[in-house]
Ligand binder design. Structure first.
Ligand code: FE2
Length: 443
C-alpha cells in the first residue's frame, strides 16, 4: 500500500515550470525581431484574422504584409501598437493588426517585422460558414508553461486528427503564480505557444489566472495583461467587453462566456447572452458550443461548485436553446458529463437534482493542459451519476465535426501515444439528430 502511494505521489508530483533559458522560450534571432506571434479570429464569420506580436528593442514596423498562396499580389495593412506597465514591469511594444475580407478556405502567408527582421508565417482560413462543412477543433485548457504543458502542446500537434483551431478554455500563462505576477512569464508563455498559435487561431476564454488583480502591488484593474495581449473580436457580436463574445467558424457557433465578469440579471453579460442565443441559426451553424472557464458539472473536490451560481443563471437557456457541448477548464483534470439538467427548482418545490435531459449539453472539463499547480487527483466519491467519465491526467481533446448530425470527439492523455484515445464518443447534434448517444469510453 505504502509502495503504491509512493508511486502515485511520484506520478502526480507537482509539475515544474520550464526554466526561462529553455529552448521553447528562446527569443528569435535578429535585431528587434517580432516575437510572441499569435492569431485569433477577427470577425464574426471567419473572414478576418487578428495578428499580434511583440517587439522588444523599439516599436519597429506596425504593418503586416500578407498574400494568398500562389499569388504574387501582396497586401499591406497597418495595425495598432501599445505598451502597458504592471507594477515594476514594462511590456514590449505590443502590436495588433486585423486582416479583413479574407477568402474562405484559403492559405495565406503573412510577414511581420517588415523592413527590419522579417518573419513569415501562414494560416488557413476556415470554409464558408455552413451546416455540412467539416471542421476540427482542438481543446486545450489551463496550459501554463511547465514540462507537462510542453508535452500537451506537442501531443496536440502530433495528433493524427489535425485540429484546425484551438478552443482555449482559459488560464494561459500562470504568470500570477510568480512574485509580483511577473509579467515576463506572460512573454515567455507567448513565445512557447507561438509554434502553434502563429499558424492556427486560438479562441480565448478568460480564466481566473487572467484576472491579475493585485491591490497589494497597486494593480487594481482586472485582466490588464490579458486584455493588452489577447484581443478578441467581441464588437463583431455586439458584446461590450472582450471577455464574452461569439464567433461562427465553419459549422459551429461558439459562444465564449466569462466566469469572472458579472453575469447576474441586468448585467452586460446577461443582457448580451439573452439576446445572443435566439440569434443562433442552426440551419446555418448546427453546432452550438459554449466555452467558459469554471465548470458547472464538476465532481472533483477542487473548485467544487464554484460554477454553481452561473449554472443557476444560465442553464435553463442552454437547455431551451439546445447547446450541444459546454467546454470548461479550471479543474486540472478531465471529466465528461452525461446529458443532464438541473432546472426544476423553485424556492419551495425542492426539485434540485440533475436529471437525464436530451435537450441538455454534455459538459466537458478539460483543464488538464499541464500548468505548474499540478493535477487535481481528489474526486468526490462515489462518482455522481451526472459524471460519465473522469480521470486526472494531463491531455487535450479534438472535436472533429463531420456534418450537421455527427461529430467525433476524443480525449488524448499525455502518457499515451499520440493516436490513443483515452475517452471518445460520437456526438449527435441536438438540433438535427437529438437522440441519445452511446458512449465508448476506452480505459
Ligand atoms: Fe482556473
Amino acid at each position: 500500500m505504502e509502495e503504491k502511494q509512493a508511486i502515485l505521489s511520484e506520478k502526480w508530483k507537482k509539475t515544474i515550470d520550464m526554466p526561462l533559458d529553455s529552448d521553447v522560450f528562446s527569443v528569435p534571432p535578429g535585431y528587434n525581431a517580432p516575437q510572441q506571434v499569435h492569431i485569433t479570429q477577427g470577425d464574426h464569420e471567419g473572414k478576418a484574422m487578428i495578428v499580434s506580436w511583440v517587439t522588444m528593442e523599439e516599436p519597429g514596423s506596425n504593418e503586416v504584409v500578407y498574400w494568398k498562396k500562389n499569388s504574387e499580389k501582396k497586401k499591406t495593412i497597418k495595425g495598432k501598437m501599445s505598451k502597458y506597465k504592471y507594477h515594476n514591469y514594462t511590456s514590449g511594444y505590443i502590436h495588433h493588426c486585423t486582416l479583413k475580407n479574407l477568402e474562405y478556405d484559403t492559405k495565406y502567408y503573412y510577414e511581420v517585422g517588415v523592413g527590419q527582421t522579417p518573419r513569415t508565417f501562414w494560416f488557413k482560413t476556415p470554409p464558408k460558414v455552413g451546416p455540412d462543412v467539416r471542421y476540427a477543433f482542438g481543446l486545450i485548457g489551463d496550459l501554463g508553461q511547465s514540462y507537462d504543458s510542453n508535452a500537451t502542446l506537442t501531443h496536440y500537434e502530433q495528433n493524427p486528427i489535425k485540429g484546425q483551431t484551438v478552443l482555449f478554455v482559459g488560464d494561459l500563462s500562470y504568470a500570477d503564480n510568480y512574485p509580483n505576477h511577473d509579467n515576463n512569464r506572460w512573454d515567455s508563455w507567448a513565445r512557447f505557444v507561438e509554434r502553434s498559435v502563429a499558424y492556427q487561431p486560438w479562441i480565448w476564454t478568460a480564466g481566473n489566472h487572467e484576472i491579475d488583480f493585485a491591490p497589494e502591488i497597486g494593480e487594481t484593474k482586472p485582466f490588464k495583461p490579458f486584455k493588452n495581449r489577447y484581443p478578441t473580436p467581441y464588437k463583431a457580436s455586439n458584446s461590450t467587453a472582450p471577455f464574452w463574445y461569439s464567433i461562427k467558424r465553419g459549422p459551429a457557433y461558439i459562444i465564449v462566456l466569462s466566469s469572472y465578469s458579472a453575469y447576474g440579471k441586468y448585467t452586460p453579460q446577461y443582457k448580451w447572452l439573452e439576446e445572443e442565443l435566439p440569434k443562433v441559426n442552426r440551419n446555418e451553424t448546427p453546432w452550438l458550443i459554449v466555452l467558459v472557464h469554471s465548470p458547472w458539472y464538476n465532481s472533483y473536490n477542487y473548485h467544487y461548485m464554484e460554477g454553481e451560481s452561473m449554472r443557476v443563471m444560465y442553464e435553463p437557456w442552454f437547455v431551451q436553446y439546445k447547446v450541444d457541448i459546454v467546454f470548461a477548464g479550471h479543474v486540472h483534470a478531465y471529466e465528461r458529463s452525461r446529458r443532464v439538467s438541473n432546472i426544476g427548482y423553485t424556492i419551495v418545490n425542492g426539485e434540485c437534482r440533475p436529471v437525464e435531459d436530451q435537450s441538455a449539453p454534455v459538459y466537458i472539463t478539460i483543464g488538464d493542459g499541464g500548468n505548474l499547480e499540478g493535477l487535481a487527483t481528489n474526486m468526490t466519491e462515489p462518482q455522481p451519476f451526472y459524471s460519465a467519465f473522469r480521470e486526472a491526467s494531463f491531455g487535450h481533446a479534438i472535436l472533429d465535426i463531420k456534418n450537421r448530425t455527427h461529430a467525433y470527439y476524443s480525449w488524448h492523455r499525455n502518457q499515451d501515444g499520440s493516436s490513443v484515445k483515452a475517452d471518445s464518443m460520437w456526438f449527435f447534434n441536438r438540433f438535427w439528430h437529438p437522440v441519445a448517444e452511446s458512449v465508448n469510453a476506452v480505459i
